[in-house]
Ligand binder design. Structure first.
Ligand code: NAD
Length: 507
């Protein structure tokens, strides 16, 4: 491994406050360009915007602001690559080699990617270094293996032979959010590549850096020109919207807010274009009276406060059986107060900054509505010792009515509310009382009860006695307003390909 990559890894793991090394400072000082046809290019608009480090609220780098012409150029390049067939017609095992190589390169560049991701998002570097970046690599390793055999169906009915096989779709648009940037981008890029498509990615305008760095890695991996393209810019009436409303796009895979999903669905009507949506959530944890309280508290703290609560699968509503309510609440609040919050670039920090000023204000607007009878048990403001940055202490609220916006709406911040319940039927009804249906976590020793409850809760993902445990083969997605379609394993392959059937008459 390159010596500067290795010494940055050592620096991250040292537990000291990481200082951005000269090679990355230099990288950050150059404007971040679009990546079209394997070339980094200026935008047609000649305009740029600035992305910010939420932990300091200082400028990080300049990023090109794409207009419609940039978007069309990227789509044209992707289409040309698709039609030339260099990638599409490559045997699956050859595609898999390049896709695997992308995973290897991400691991090799884990330290700069983790640092860029933490600078861009404000999240602690232990999360990006130990979690998001290795997970991004494993998306490539997983799909390279999982998709590397040719799927074929064969039927014979006496006189005809029917064969069905997968074909790529063409040019796919990937639109991603800021909360897990590279991880969620690669979750779509890897299966789209394995199925032989060309890609135009629009990362979130708030977190463009890791996508930019990753584009450099695609050159090292030997991905043919035009197969992978990145355009930077905003969503509404901007690059994102131009991309999803272009009739040349064959499929749109989107992760983001439910309201954006609605807008994209309208744009996609132009095709109509195939869509897959992973949208907002308002997950719940249910603690039954027989739960292992210590373990449940530990995991529920993660489910509430990891990534400052900015995870779609977070469970900001905790329903606790009345018999163990006080015990759970007191331990939960005590442990929430102990979470180490501070400089995201220190490996020992457990909570960093929220994504930006606008989002911080949105989250605080909910906290400010926590008036009596609601009670803030801890948190509710920026920690006193931190003078700048969009930090918010882990916040725990009780006595929140179920119809209150804090109970119903996605806050997407470190704000957790506690509810007491008497019985199973009541808690299932209460858990189901939002428009969302993404995730839930149930804590009980009674597995028959866990099975019963997991069937009646409206959520695409239910965990029993754990949270966030993933197997990439498992269907991933939300019920109700939390999504359309599923990702993961075969479901991602189904989305990024279509079946063709050929019938041959033998006699
Ligand atoms: P967002 O919807 O504001 O933005 C997501 C992306 O969409 C960005 O790249 C943005 O530029 C683009 N965009 C915005 N308007 C657009 C338009 N009209 N046309 C095309 N593109 C447009 O979401 P966000 O604030 O970046 O992310 C947070 C949200 O993402 C939360 O609601 C969270 O729950 C959700 N999320 C869901 C999952 C999941 O798997 N279900 C995972 C992560 C995040």
């Amino acid at each position: 491994m390159d010596i500067q990559l290795k010494s940055l890894e050592d620096e991250i793991l040292s537990g000291r406050d990481v200082v951005v090394p000269p090679f990355l400072k230099e990288w950050l000082s150059k404007p971040k360009l679009n990546f079209i046809g394997n070339q980094f290019c200026e935008s047609n608009s000649k305009k740029v915007f600035c992305n910010t480090n939420p932990a300091t609220e200082e400028d990080l780098s300049w990023v090109v602001l794409s207009d419609k012409v940039d978007v069309q150029n990227a789509i044209k390049m992707a289409r040309a690559a698709f039609e030339q067939g260099g990638w599409t017609t490559l045997p699956l095992n050859e595609r898999a080699k390049i896709v695997k190589r992308l995973g290897d390169l991400i691991l090799e560049h884990r330290a700069p990617l983790a640092l860029l991701e933490s600078l861009d998002t404000g999240k602690p570097i232990f999360e990006t270094f130990d979690g998001d970046i290795p997970r991004a690599a494993s998306n490539f390793h997983f799909f390279a293996d999982f998709a590397s055999y040719e799927e074929k169906l064969e039927f014979e009915n006496g006189h005809d032979e029917h064969t069905a096989f997968r074909e790529p779709l063409g040019v796919v648009a990937l639109i991603t959010p800021w909360n897990l940037p590279l991880y969620l981008e690669t979750w779509k890029i890897a299966p789209a590549l394995m199925m032989g498509n060309s890609i135009v990615l629009k990362p979130s305008e708030l977190t463009p850096l890791s996508a930019c760095y990753f584009a450099e890695l695609t050159l090292k991996a030997g991905l043919p020109s035009g197969v992978f393209n990145v355009i930077h810019g905003f969503g509404d009436k901007a690059a994102g919207e131009f991309l999803v409303s272009d009739p040349e796009i064959d499929a749109i895979s989107f992760t983001g807010e439910t309201s954006t999903g609605r807008a994209i669905m309208r744009s996609a009507a132009v095709g109509p274009t195939r869509i897959s949506f992973e949208l907002g959530g308002k997950g719940a944890t249910v603690i039954f009276e027989d739960a292992d309280i210590e373990t449940a508290v530990q995991e529920t703290l993660r489910a509430g406060f990891r990534n400052q609560g900015q995870i779609c699968l977070a469970t900001p509503r905790i329903f606790i059986h009345e018999k163990c309510y006080s015990k759970f609440r007191d331990l939960f609040v005590q442990k929430a107060k102990e979470i180490k919050l501070g400089n995201p670039l220190n490996y020992n920090t457990r909570m960093g900054a929220l994504i930006g000023r606008e989002h911080w204000e949105k989250v605080m607007s909910y906290v400010c509505r926590a008036e009596a009878p609601l009670r803030i048990l801890t948190g509710g403001d920026r920690p006193k010792e931190i003078k700048k940055g969009t930090f918010l202490s882990p916040t725990v609220i009780e006595n929140v009515p179920l119809e209150h916006p804090i109970s119903k709406e996605e806050i997407f911040g470190p704000v957790v509310s506690l509810y007491s319940f008497k019985d199973e039927a009541q808690v299932v009804k209460e858990v189901n009382s939002t428009q969302y249906g993404l995730s839930a976590s149930i804590w009980t020793q009674d597995l028959a009860r866990a099975e019963r409850v997991s069937k009646t809760i409206h959520a695409g993902l239910v965990w029993v006695n754990c949270w966030f445990a993933r197997d990439l083969r498992v269907p991933f997605g939300g019920q109700k307003r939390s999504g359309v379609g599923r990702e993961g394993g075969k479901h991602s392959l189904d989305f990024f390909s279509e079946w063709k059937s050929v019938c041959v008459r033998r006699k």
